[in-house]
Ligand binder design. Structure first.
Ligand code: DAH
Length: 398
């Protein structure tokens, strides 16, 4: 603050404080306040206008942040009681008639200068903040990159093998009705075959008819029916998804796990097609030297039914790992990978009206547990690791 502004401050305060003219009443770094004018000569106007602009320039130079800018702008430009408004009131309205013109010109010039200084402060605030928020020399924020879960990865690989054979992907609900999970798959109500499925039922369904009652699907097979209701033959589909069973979690069981179902229906599909397709798929998944082996089995929705075994891809079929017994295949040299069979004509009866007359069409189906295959493939010895969400475990598969 220069001596001129000291004068101005004294001018404003002299009346209130009753002190002599030109005695500074504020320290130089106190904020600028608008003096009242008694002297309207050109020289006096020059002086007060100069002091005002000088004060504004100093304050403008101190603006750094948005908050600084806002209070600076409000202080000078606010309609109500901003400094320019005060100047208007004190210098212009209070001017004697003959000085009005001259005072008006000064005040206009002053307004233009103050507006310029506010704009300058605005630019300065933007510059200094831009400088603060982007320091290009700092290392960037690294976002950890996610990766496919080993079970999902295995699922995609299996689905991919069948997609290359022309299969499409179908999906269905995890909360399913008794009808799709059991009845339409040829598990009649109260049939003992239902006991093999350790079903988790949704509570409070007793008032519904049995076929309407909800449960967590125990297998992906219900999507066979749902798809055949929607699509006429021929069809070739794979159905990946989660399923649930009332099994306590341990190293090889989980109440939630994953399956991939397959279904091919056309005229003249034979067991030979089933064997050829699955033999090809196993070679594509586990390597061309793998051998397949079918053993008779039972599933209500296929007839005949089989379990498919592949030569153990851990020990190569020998049952031994060096001098040690091979654990994954329990020294047999064979690993069971899926259940399969020819679609039972009773199943087609439920979708007969959509073109699946059991006298005209035939088909095969298969279903495999994905989690167990992922365990074997990655040599993991506890299924629970897959579902605990521990990044230290999961990132090993990225
Ligand atoms: N749904 C059966 C299960 O979870 C597996 C299965 C067996 C599916 C034979 C099939 C099949 O499509 O043909 O135990």
């Amino acid at each position: 603050m220069n001596s001129r502004s000291l004068v101005a401050i004294a001018t404003r305060n002299d009346k209130a404080l009753g002190v002599a003219y030109a005695v500074p009443t504020q320290t130089p770094d106190m904020a600028y306040t608008v003096p009242k004018l008694t002297d309207y000569s050109s020289a006096a106007l020059d002086r007060v206008a100069g002091e005002c602009i000088a004060a504004c320039a100093v304050e403008s130079g101190e603006v750094r942040t948005d908050t600084d800018l806002k209070s600076f702008r409000d202080r000078w430009l606010a309609r109500k009681n901003g400094i320019l408004t005060q100047i208007n009131d004190l210098w212009l309205k209070g001017a004697p008639k003959e000085a009005k013109r001259e005072a008006g010109i000064r005040v206009n010039e002053l307004k233009a200068r103050v507006t310029e200084l506010v704009e300058k402060a605005h630019v300065a605030a933007e510059d200094s903040q831009a400088g603060e928020s982007v320091d290009v020399s700092l290392p960037g924020i690294r976002r950890p990159i996610g990766a496919e879960h080993p079970v999902i990865k295995t699922m995609h690989e299996i689905v991919g093998v069948f997609q290359k054979l022309g299969y499409s992907v179908a999906e269905g609900p995890v909360v399913e009705t008794d009808y799709y999970n059991f009845e339409a798959l040829n598990f009649p109500p109260n049939h003992p075959a239902r006991d093999t499925q350790d079903t988790l039922f949704i509570a409070a369904q007793q008032s519904k008819q049995q076929r309407e009652r909800l449960l967590l699907r125990t297998h992906t097979s219900p999507v066979q029916i749902r798809t055949m209701e929607k699509m006429r033959p021929p069809i070739r589909i794979v159905i990946p998804g989660t399923v649930h069973r009332n099994d306590p979690p341990d190293a090889s069981h989980s109440p939630m796990f994953h399956q991939i179902e397959g279904l091919a229906v056309d005229t003249n599909i034979t067991f030979g097609d089933l064997k050829g397709t699955l033999d090809h798929a196993m070679k594509a998944l586990f390597g061309s030297s793998v051998k397949t082996h079918f053993r008779p089995s039972f599933f209500p929705f296929t007839e005949p039914s089989a379990e498919l075994y592949v030569t153990c891809f851990i020990c190569g079929g020998s049952g031994k790992r060096g001098a040690d017994p091979c654990r994954p295949c329990k020294q047999t040299g064979w690993i069971e990978v899926l259940g399969c069979g020819m679609v039972d004509p009773n199943v087609f009866e439920f979708v007969k009206d959509n073109g699946y007359d059991p006298k005209r069409v035939s088909g095969f189906a298969f279903g495999m547990g994905v989690d167990r295959l992922a365990l074997l493939k990655y040599g993991v010895d506890d299924l629970q690791y897959f579902f605990q969400g521990d990044v230290r475990f999961l990132e090993q598969f990225a």
